[in-house]
Design a binder for this molecule. Structure first.
Ligand code: FE2
Length: 233
């Protein structure tokens, strides 16, 4: 304990110095953290672009799905962290398509039963690939569940209702809307009206009603637009 005015001044100065050093460290850590986060986003973008280079027919799909999923989350008043989780989940959800031969991905006609079974396996491949990364979020689970449907008619596990994570339910709607609007090797893009009709038709059956309503509101009241992807050129 300081027992004179001079000692008190010295002790105060030391304390002020320590506080200043700590604040400096916190600032440096925040900067390093931001740089790491930026690097992680760049790695995610590279992973997405590699998938698009292999399958130019759906180029832009994952980016559009991620951005739409983030917007739907915002519309549902889910916090900013969740919105970014949804963006990343969308960017990476189809990464498992790497296991599907390009002849099947690009096939201009209907898939055989065996080919479709192989396509369905991409959700497991995405889950496995993303599960190896120690993301602090449910990205792998969202990828696994993006083809599940509320009435249990989806795949791979036929989950029902709230058995499906919120991430999976949002991704499902964003994925369907983007897929319907984009061109595919076997058909032309069907447009946003057809996409919104489909999710409205399936609301409460295949798709979560709240998610559907949020998505429709985005397009109809907030003039949200899916950017033109390479697949729709
Ligand atoms: Fe998929």
């Amino acid at each position: 304990m300081p027992n004179s005015a001079a000692e008190l001044i010295i002790a105060n100065k030391e304390l002020a110095f320590q506080v200043e050093q700590k604040e400096k460290l916190v600032t440096e850590l925040a900067i390093a953290n931001k740089k790491l986060q930026a690097a992680l986003l760049e790695v995610i973008a590279v992973a997405r672009q590699l998938g698009e280079m292999r399958d130019p027919y759906t180029a832009g799909h994952e980016k559009n799905v991620g951005d739409l999923a983030a917007e739907i989350s915002a519309e549902l008043c889910l916090d900013e962290h969740f919105q970014e989780v949804m963006r990343t989940s969308g960017y990476l959800h189809d990464i498992g398509k790497i296991i599907i031969p390009i002849e099947i991905l690009a096939k201009p006609s209907k898939l055989s039963k065996e080919e479709y079974a192989l396509v369905k396996n991409h959700v497991y491949a995405s889950y496995q690939a993303l599960g190896h990364i120690n993301f602090p979020w449910q990205i792998a689970r969202a990828a696994l569940e993006h083809h599940e449907r509320m009435d249990g008619s989806g795949y791979p596990n036929g989950l029902k209702g709230e058995e499906i994570s919120m991430e999976g339910r949002i991704l499902a709607v964003a994925d369907v809307v983007e897929a319907i609007t984009s061109h595919r090797p076997y058909r032309k893009g069907l447009g946003i009206e057809a996409a919104l009709k489909e999710i409205e038709r399936g609301s409460g059956k295949q798709y979560d009603t709240n998610v559907v309503n949020a998505c429709i509101k985005l397009f109809k009241e907030k003039a949200y637009k899916i950017p033109e992807s390479m697949s729709s050129i």
